[in-house]
Design a protein around this ligand. Structure first.
Ligand SMILES: *Cc1c(COP(=O)(O)O)cnc(C)c1O
Length: 417
């Protein structure tokens, strides 16, 4: 391999063009801060898209990973391993689940959940119970099955033919759901808090109603907690805050704190349908991933950490509202725990990406959730002083963007004269 310097320009020469990464290349992280190739520092309110629940290079995660790395990396599912069994036992102790399936990404966990639901219906109800109901907008991953279930045309166009037997209903619309569900429905999948699709929380009545209707029609209820789980919303899993329990739960993103691992949790009777040979993945339950996730779970299941998430939520909400008092650019500031969304007013619709860029220029990383919402998903243990400093940078970024936009407006008015 050549020793030429690594630059952002290389991306366009060597990578498939399905991403458009920012101009900077981070090389090091510590807690809620990152440094780029030029040594510039950034406060991280993005968390690698709601993944780095314990920030960067957390000493306990580094220790778990390096200790396991010295012992055993991979054995395949022809053999089981201690970190996987330990993690599965812990997940069962902490949740409704009795059985766990490990995979490597959110999409794979959802793929397993959807396949399990179909198989369970085939085992127990016969060939007419095949339909899956999902909600719009929502996001469940990018495999052909999960992207079809997600139901966003911008992600499925060109990939047809799509798998059949999937129905879409507006999110939080219980009446529409009640008329869509039937004896033919084998599963219903939803995000208790929409992540990619604008940071919208399910209403408690909606979740309770969906649960009741699933029971009445013997449909399995799948909660996709890939993004909203793992302490992100102030409870270990979001369903716990609602008091509505699914039949299957999928989790990924925060579970490995940055190491790729996902899990599908379910009950023993439902799990029985994924019998020997029916489903699998080479890396799922890999000792490295499970060792790291075990350390993550130890920390994020601590009630004090979770109380801290709810406290930091209040600090963010107060800070964001203060910023909005000055600029009046948000129609709404919302979210649960440390999954926060700032929906832009009509005047700024479609411009969420401009705010991300302006923030990066001020040394702050933030996310979008669609064109109209700025999303924040920082570490669950971000120190209060970095919340304050990050919000100050956010405020400067907004001031700068508004200033530039005003200048551009004057120039075009001038040109028109
Ligand atoms: C990110 C996400 C996924 C997909 O996870 P990948 O690891 O990218 O496959 C699925 N569901 C939700 C709710 C997500 O936020």
């Amino acid at each position: 391999m050549s020793d030429l310097p690594i630059t952002r320009d290389m991306f366009d020469d060597v990578m498939v063009p399905n991403y458009a990464p920012a101009a900077i290349i981070p090389v090091r992280g510590e807690g809620s801060r990152l440094w780029d190739q030029d040594g510039r520092e950034y406060i991280d309110f993005a968390g690698g898209i709601a993944v780095n629940v314990l920030g960067h290079a957390h000493p306990k995660l580094v220790a778990a990973l390096t200790e396991q790395a010295r012992k055993l990396w991979h054995v395949s599912n022809l053999l089981t391993n201690e970190p996987a069994l330990k993690l599965a036992r812990r997940l069962c102790e902490l949740t409704f689940a009795q059985r766990v399936f490990f995979a490597n990404s959110g999409a794979e966990a959802n793929e397993a959940a959807l396949k399990l639901a179909r198989k369970y219906a085939a085992d127990h109800a016969g060939p007419d119970k095949r339909e899956i109901i999902a909600f719009t907008p929502s996001f469940h991953g990018r495999t052909l099955f999960t992207v079809s279930v997600g139901g966003q045309p911008k992600y499925t166009e060109g990939f047809e033919p799509l798998p059949p037997g999937i129905t879409h209903v507006p999110f939080n619309d219980l009446a529409a759901f009640a008329s869509a569900i039937s004896e033919r429905t084998c599963a219903v999948i939803l995000e208790p808090v929409l992540g990619e699709s604008g940071v919208v929380s399910a209403t408690p009545e909606f979740l309770r109603g969906v649960r009741e209707l699933c029971d009445r029609h013997q449909a399995l209820l799948i909660f996709d907690e890939v993004q909203c789980g793992n302490g992100r919303c102030g409870h270990l899993y979001a369903y716990m805050g609602y008091g509505v329990t699914p039949d299957i739960l999928t989790t990924a993103k925060g579970l490995g704190g940055g190491f790729p691992i996902s899990a599908m949790l379910t009950t023993a009777p439902i799990a029985a349908s994924l019998n020997v040979g029916s489903h699998g993945t080479t890396y799922g339950g890999n000792p490295l991933g499970c060792a790291v996730a075990g350390a993550v779970l130890d920390l994020i299941s601590d009630p004090e950490l979770l109380a801290g998430v709810r406290r930091k939520h209040a600090a963010f909400m107060a800070g964001l509202r203060r910023i909005n008092d000055r600029f009046g650019i948000f129609r709404e500031v919302r979210g649960k725990g440390l999954l926060l969304g700032c929906e832009l007013t009509d005047a700024w619709r479609g411009r969420s990406r401009d705010f991300v860029k302006a923030a990066t220029d001020q040394g702050l990383l933030v996310l979008v959730a669609g064109p109209d919402v700025i999303r924040l998903a920082p570490s669950l243990i971000i120190p209060d002083e970095l919340i304050e400093e990050g919000l100050r940078r956010f405020e400067r970024a907004i001031a700068q963007l508004l200033h530039q936009t005003a200048l551009a407006g004057e120039e075009s008015a001038h040109a028109a004269r």
